[in-house]
Design a protein around this ligand. Structure first.
Ligand code: PHE
Ligand code: NA
Length: 456
């Protein structure tokens, strides 16, 4: 079966970017950066994007394009006879489900904020009162559940109707609008009185401070964030490889997606941190950070209500384009495995994901006694930790070894696939690095991260 190809190169890059750019950029990047001390973290994160993220993205694309399949079948098609790489598909799918178990909750918060902004609920409120509004929200499991279900149902609805084509067009426009709005907000934020301290926090690395707060954990977190933001390790971005024309080399495409994704994240930080310090919000507030910071900025702008509504609407689209990509993967997986109809796969998974997403929603209220990662932690923290710090790095390791080991697909075939067509070549001289050093770095960061987090 011939898979449809993207009409244009730009189309492909923007759609892959739609999967990559999401809550990881506008929600997770600022809060993790705030939690792990600011600029020093950002610097390590950027280095990891290039050293770890980029080569692995090329590998995922290559596996997707060579197999012309999603993670459900890609390893089956490429693995050498008698090997068991295809077992990875269960791991990858578990990753996709687990990611959705908390991603949809945050999507629900954003949906609610669109309405809160439009309704002017934050107008005239100071930073403490705004934080109070968010705190109240956490106490309302019913409302949060409804918002989560609306997000899940809407995204599955789109996947079911196969409306992707239309959505792609809207998403592209919304992404550009989001970017434009973000630039405006960053300028507003950076010119707030008292913004200087935030800019220094965000842009001037202080490694001494980072070392005090535990360099090992900072590094572990930076690796997690760089994999998370690029959607690596669970076959989520691999499927897009299957849509790339053979005429394009894969490295250049990966570079473009990475650059776009990084720009969005960096601008998000440029919005949040100056405002944080200007309004006295703690940068290490955790997952609530953007929700308690942004309304302050809109309050300081004329027409803030409109800006705010538009901004959260764009954020909602960025989140939805990621959710739709992951749902599409989940549905393809179910259909490939059980030969069921699309509608059936959608209904079963809709119910499954709603139920699976409940613990995260309830973790803030009903289940608030369950603090799996220490005092004050919740289900969201646990699920996020499992995905970002465990499944993504370990899954990336599988792609790495598959593409470089002679017991897997192997270096030669990988290079042939990555370098078919024109564009930037995957540099062959990196062989020793990607085959041996890179897996060891990932493994090392993983082990030392665990050690410092749980042992001492
Ligand atoms: N990259 C997405 C984001 O930044 C999250 C994601 C991670 C999606 C892993 C798929 C797989 O929001
Ligand atoms: Na991202």
């Amino acid at each position: 079966m011939q898979r449809e190809k993207f009409g244009s190169r730009l189309g492909f890059i923007l759609i892959s970017a739609g999967c990559a750019i999401g809550l990881g950029n506008v929600w997770r990047f600022p809060y993790i950066t705030g939690k792990y001390g600011g600029a020093a973290f950002v610097l390590i994160y950027l280095v990891f994007l290039v050293l770890l993220g980029l080569p692995i993205m090329v590998m995922e694309f290559a596996v997707g394009r060579a197999s012309q399949a999603s993670v459900a079948m890609s390893f089956d098609r490429l693995e050498p006879l008698g090997t068991k790489w295809h077992w990875y598909k269960w791991f990858g799918m578990a990753g996709n489900y687990l990611l959705m178990m908390f991603y949809t909750t945050i999507g629900g918060w954003i949906l609610l904020y669109v309405f809160k902004m439009a309704g002017g609920e934050f107008e005239g409120k100071n930073a403490d009162e705004i934080a109070g509004v968010f705190g109240n929200l956490m106490e309302k499991p019913g409302l949060m559940t409804i918002c989560m279900i609306v997000v899940v149902a809407a995204c599955f609805g789109i996947v079911c109707m196969g409306l992707q084509k239309g959505v792609e067009k809207i998403t592209k426009k919304m992404m550009l609008l989001l970017l434009a709005l973000m630039v405006i907000l960053a300028i507003r934020s950076a010119t707030l009185p008292g913004a200087g301290e935030g800019i220094r926090f965000y842009l001037l690395p202080d490694f001494k401070k980072a070392a005090e707060s535990g360099m090992k954990e900072v590094i572990f977190a930076a690796m997690g964030q760089s994999f998370f933001t690029l959607s690596l390790g669970i076959g989520a971005i691999a499927i897009f490889g299957s849509y790339i024309d053979k005429k394009r080399r894969l490295t250049g495409e990966a570079v473009c997606v990475t650059i776009l994704d990084t720009c969005v994240a960096l601008i998000a930080g440029m919005i949040i941190f100056p405002a944080c310090f200007a309004f006295g919000v703690q940068p290490d507030s955790g997952p609530s950070l953007v929700f308690i910071t942004l309304p302050n900025i809109f309050n300081s702008m004329s027409g803030g209500r409109i800006w705010g509504t538009l901004f959260f609407l764009c954020m909602l689209f960025a989140a939805a384009s990621t959710i739709i990509a992951v749902f599409e993967n989940i549905i393809a997986f179910a259909m490939d495995l059980t030969n069921c109809s699309r509608a059936k796969a959608v209904v079963v998974n809709l119910i499954a994901i709603v139920i699976l997403s409940l613990p995260c929603v309830l973790g803030f209220n009903v289940l608030s006694g369950f603090q799996p990662l220490g005092a004050g932690s919740n289900v969201l923290d646990l699920e996020d930790f499992i995905v970002s710090n465990n499944l993504l790095p370990l899954g990336s390791l599988v792609y790495l070894l598959f593409c470089t080991s002679r017991y897997g697909w192997g270096w030669k075939k990988f290079c042939e696939e990555a370098n078919a067509g024109e564009g930037i070549k995957f540099p062959k001289w990196t062989r020793i690095y990607v085959s041996y050093i890179l897996p060891l770095i990932v493994l090392f960061i993983f082990v030392q991260g665990y050690w410092s987090k749980f042992v001492g």
